[in-house]
Design a protein around this ligand. Structure first.
Ligand SMILES: C[S@@+](CC[C@H](N)C(=O)[O-])C[C@H]1O[C@@H](n2cnc3c(N)ncnc32)[C@H](O)[C@@H]1O
Length: 200
């Protein structure tokens, strides 16, 4: 599957988590959609960062749906097991590695702890179907995906995200992905230095 890695652009993700936790404070459930998650490194990193920022009690309220077009059919066979070769895990801060990874049965590979794996449901989904997987999401993470789409396709995907988000829900994208002017009445920018938006 496509290029990705653990703890990619942690600054944007940590900032999004900060706003998410403020916005969902007191909620009994927190729903997240990671769209275009490739081979799982992004949603696993996100979930580890959430586990670090939340109490054990609050972390139980999190549910993450991670989707990708998954053309190679890897979700069921490999990715949901959370096993990765050692050489892909070098960027992970040592203390997080020790806390969330354990040796797997495969040579030179480690498995993400059940506590993290249990929070993520991997589902095949084509964003260009323009059908949202569900509604009421508090956060949508969509990074390094929309750049592959035509501008008019991007507008339709933004509208789909707007339908999928809860009132005041958050959308985070990579640094270079601006929101289209055609949907500027549907989202407001939350902070200046990253692509974090709130549904209007
Ligand atoms: C470069 S990866 C980004 C992975 C991760 N979000 C990150 O930032 O590291 C782009 C992903 O978008 C997925 N993708 C491309 N077109 C898609 C579509 N129409 N629907 C869903 N996923 C798609 C690809 O399969 C690929 O896994």
């Amino acid at each position: 599957m496509a290029f990705t890695y653990f703890f990619r652009d942690t600054h944007s993700v940590e900032t999004a988590i900060e706003y998410l936790l403020e916005y969902t404070s007191g909620n009994s459930s927190i729903k997240i959609w990671d769209a275009g998650c490739a081979s799982g490194q992004e949603p696993y990193s996100l979930t580890i960062l959430l586990a670090e920022k939340m109490s054990t009690f609050m972390f139980r309220n999190i549910s993450i749906t991670a989707t990708d077009i998954d053309t190679s059919d890897l979700f069921e066979k490999i990715i949901k097991n959370g096993v990765y070769p050692k050489n892909e895990l070098q960027r992970i801060p040592q203390e997080l590695f020790e806390r969330y990874f354990e040796e797997s049965n495969l040579p030179d590979s480690y498995q993400i702890s059940y506590r993290v794996r249990d929070k993520i449901k991997f589902t095949k989904h084509n964003l260009l179907s323009l059908k949202e997987i569900d509604s009421g999401f508090h956060l949508i993470v969509c990074k390094n995906v929309l750049l592959h789409f035509q501008p008019e396709e991007r507008v339709e995907v933004f509208k789909m995200y707007h339908r999928a988000l809860a009132d005041n829900g958050l959308l985070v994208m990579e640094h270079t992905q601006e929101l289209s002017d055609k949907v500027s009445n549907m989202f407001e920018r939350v902070v200046g230095n990253i692509q974090l938006y709130r549904k209007i």
